[in-house]
Design a protein around this ligand. Structure first.
Ligand code: ADE
Length: 418
């Protein structure tokens, strides 16, 4: 088995942390137990490009229990937990190619290493496996029967490939499952982003202006948590509906050019590029803190900031201070990469349980149904989504009501009125 990780001697620490995560992932645990018996993925080679975290370790072990031959690389150069990578190699016999802080060249070398296994199924978080295959490794298309995609940004990329008729194998959009984005994107990003900002800066959020760019599921989640910490939340948006929603949720909404003047902490979660750009840096207060929790490091225009800055220096782990020509300072966290995974540990296990239950069951769905699938982006089947919600409630020991026959009849009839 080949691998490329930082240090095998970190394996024991990783194993303990994976065990800690497992406690809060009861749905995935049940799926793993069934997979052990039924082996629905036997014969499948599965290449995964995901954040290498304790929760991902649980997913990899589930897929392996299902009979797949699994290999894993990172979906972001800064999100790998090196102790987890070590434990997966040493204790679980899984081929991992990921090192926290790897440069771009190594990042793509690692992607190509997992692709060298000639996967039949891809599992992406940001679509880097799929786009590398379509650009540089077309030779692999003959082996591939399907893939899954974890995140909003990746799904957007893949849907546009499908629209242009260039997608060469079927993809299941795990992100779009309700048991994924309602919880992972909203509560997971909300909590882990706050966690990342606090771990990196140790600043108080109460009383400060917290600017959130983007009011999708992730932005909404972050706004709720920042508000809970006592921050004054300001939202910037380009979508009128989302902007209106933010207003009605009780937040101030304004363009970034105005928010830039008053913000103490800025966080981008838009999925778009140059959301915070040169003109905004120049307007910021001295000491402003700027970070990103969107998938790619394109949301903050760091290239231009580096060009206009008089000097730059690391002032704490994950905090780089740029001094502008005016003498004012702007602090960029984690090189503009996902702050929740760079300086914290990503989403808590409780929500990743549902996201990765969707991944496991979608991989099983592909293995069983690939002959019927076309080269399109599919939603996770509703039956899978509902099953995961039910299993999660059961694990939380929460019972809910059932429709009476009369209520079921009422819902399906149109004749009954006042
Ligand atoms: N994305 C966000 N949080 C994550 C986590 N804990 N594990 C894997 N992927 C993630």
């Amino acid at each position: 088995m080949n691998f490329d990780i930082k240090d095998k001697s970190l394996a024991n620490k990783g194993k303990l942390r994976i065990e800690w995560a497992a406690v809060d992932m009861p749905v995935l645990k049940q799926i793993k137990q069934r997979f052990e018996k039924e082996k629905p993925l036997s014969g499948m080679r599965l290449a995964a490009c995901l954040h290498v975290t304790t929760e991902t370790a649980m997913l990899m072990e589930t897929l392996k229990a299902g009979g797949a031959e699994v290999s894993l690389c990172a979906s972001n150069p800064l999100s790998t937990q090196d102790d987890v990578a070590a434990s997966l190699v040493v204790n679980s016999g899984i081929s991992v190619h990921a090192i926290k802080g790897e440069d771009n060249q190594t990042y793509y070398k690692h992607i190509n290493s997992v692709l060298d296994t000639k996967p039949t199924i891809t599992m992406d978080d940001g679509a880097d496996l799929v786009s590398t295959i379509h650009k540089d490794r077309k030779d692999l298309l003959s082996y591939l029967v399907g893939g899954t995609e974890e995140t909003t940004t990746g799904v957007i990329r893949l849907r546009s490939m499908a629209k242009d008729n260039v997608l060469k194998f079927p993809i299941i959009a795990v992100n779009d499952a309700e048991t994924k984005h309602f919880f992972d994107n909203r509560y997971g990003t909300g909590q882990s982003t706050i966690d990342g900002i606090i771990r990196a800066t140790n600043r108080l959020l109460a009383g400060g202006n917290f600017v959130i760019a983007g009011y999708g599921w992730c932005g909404r989640g972050l706004a709720r948590r920042a508000e809970g910490q006592g921050a004054h939340v300001i939202v910037t948006e380009v979508d009128p509906l989302k902007a209106l929603e933010a207003v009605m949720d009780g937040y101030r909404v304004m363009p970034m050019a105005e928010a830039a003047k008053v913000g103490d902490i800025f966080c981008t979660l838009t999925g778009n590029k140059e959301v915070i750009a040169k003109e905004h840096f120049l307007l910021m207060k001295d000491g402003a803190i700027v970070c990103n929790s969107g998938h790619f490091n394109v949301e903050i225009d760091l290239e231009t900031l580096a060009k206009i800055a008089k000097s730059r220096r690391m002032v704490r782990d994950f905090v780089e201070e740029f001094t502008l020509p005016s003498g004012k300072k702007v602090n960029i966290l984690a090189e503009g990469r996902l702050i929740n995974l760079a300086s914290a540990e990503g989403h808590p296990s409780c929500v990743m349980d549902m996201s990765f239950a969707n991944q496991s069951l979608s991989a099983e769905y592909i293995a069983k149904n690939y002959k019927e699938l076309k080269n399109q982006v599919y939603n996770v089947p509703t039956a899978i989504d509902n099953q995961i919600a039910l299993l999660k409630l059961e694990a939380m020991e929460i019972n809910i009501d059932k429709l009476t026959p009369a209520q079921a009849q009422y819902l399906s009839s149109w004749q009954e009125g006042t």
